[in-house]
Design a protein around this ligand. Structure first.
Ligand SMILES: [Zn+2]
Ligand SMILES: [Zn+2]
Length: 361
């Protein structure tokens, strides 16, 4: 059938709205009509890496209503309201041990631009589109996806604020709740207060962490971070960030989280840890951050990377929805809705004051 997608034709041009052909769902697939989809930095980073001339449909924070299901699909029915997340095989050793974001087939299922068999779910005027991004490609009015991607949510769920729970909010909150696991006596420092960092601040507050420090270059974002749970804010451009963090945390942070991918920031984050402290990394920047290995060894510090907050979306998205309903995860404060047609404006706004744009259909 025909649908409409925001198509990218290369790294240097914006998205164009185009009519496009979407496959019928195969026996193991689900057709979803999108009502909202978040814009994540990973969409833009991937757009920037694909060569010009390949039509591509990104989008991996979709939410909407199931329109049709293949004959083999169970546990989801047409009419169900759903939040879409990343794809995983469900059967490899890492999936089987609860670490689906490190699925052995993660690349093939989420970032190959095709179904695993090489076919495309979307075909435009220039032929097959690079599609199936995170098993969904939700910068379109419809998406072909699979059971692993789909989290069924209650019908009354606000899908505009819920859509980013499938990636950005899950990544930020999961990195704190599942990976770092701070407690009430801990101190958590979050570097970068975009959508992921803000979700981490909120998760820290939801877990009752006593000291939560947000570091950013934007005064406006730091004000917002204070409103959603940060107990302290720091201008990252100021003098001696590490020293100021040590002062606030009485000697060093027990937990730190980097969402910037900037080597100097990552080095500061590691140095600002208390002995036996832990730093989690999620932002992909230069491969070498130059962390002081002697400092890690001498003080028993841990630095680890993580994807999608180590979260299984089937459990974690409902937890975030519960937190939100209880007022403990106020993501509505950081979401700005844009009509789908204004995707280029939404992307531009991310560079200024908008923390988390969500496209609405
Ligand atoms: Zn797997
Ligand atoms: Zn993402």
């Amino acid at each position: 059938m025909r649908t409409q997608a925001a198509v990218s034709h290369g790294p240097d041009t914006g998205f164009t709205m185009e009519d496009i052909e979407i496959s019928d769902p195969r026996p193991d697939e689900i057709l979803v009509r999108l009502t909202a989809t978040g814009v994540c930095h990973t969409d833009l980073a991937t757009k920037a890496m694909l060569p010009a001339g390949i039509p591509a449909v990104f989008g991996h924070e979709g939410a909407g209503v199931v329109e049709a299901i293949g004959a083999e699909v169970t546990g989801v029915r047409p009419g169900d309201h759903v939040v879409l997340s990343y794809s995983s095989c469900g059967s490899c050793t890492r999936c089987a041990t609860g670490h689906r974001s490190y699925c052995e087939r993660f690349e093939a299922l989420n970032a190959a631009g095709r179904r695993p068999d090489g076919s495309a779910t979307l075909t435009g005027r220039d032929g097959d589109a690079w599609s199936s991004f995170f098993g969904q490609s939700s910068f379109a009015r419809h998406a072909i996806t699979t059971r692993e991607n789909v989290v069924v949510v209650p019908e009354g769920t606000d899908l505009v604020t819920a859509a980013p729970m499938g990636c950005g909010f899950q990544t930020g909150a999961g990195s704190v709740a599942n990976v770092l696991r701070p407690g009430p006596d801990s101190s958590l420092v979050v570097f970068g207060t975009g959508g992921v960092g803000m979700a981490a601040v909120m998760a820290g507050a939801a877990l009752g962490v006593g000291t939560i420090v947000a570091v950013d270059l934007s005064e406006q974002r730091l004000d917002l971070a204070a409103q959603v749970g940060a107990t302290h804010t720091l201008d990252g451009a100021g003098e001696d960030t590490v020293g100021r963090i040590r002062d606030i945390t009485s000697g060093g942070a027990t937990h730190a989280f980097d969402t910037t991918g900037v080597p100097t920031v990552i080095r500061d984050a590691a140095r600002a840890l208390a002995p036996l402290g832990s730093l989690a990394l999620v932002a992909v920047g230069p491969t070498d951050a130059g962390i002081d290995v002697r400092d890690l060894i001498g003080y028993g510090k841990t630095v680890r990377g993580c994807i999608e907050g180590d979260a299984n979306p089937q459990d974690f998205v409902p937890l975030l929805l519960d937190w939100h309903a209880q007022g403990r995860f106020p993501v509505d404060r950081i979401v700005t809705a844009f009509p789908f047609e204004e995707i280029n404006e939404a992307v531009a706004a991310m560079k200024t004051d908008v923390v988390k744009p969500v496209l609405t259909f």
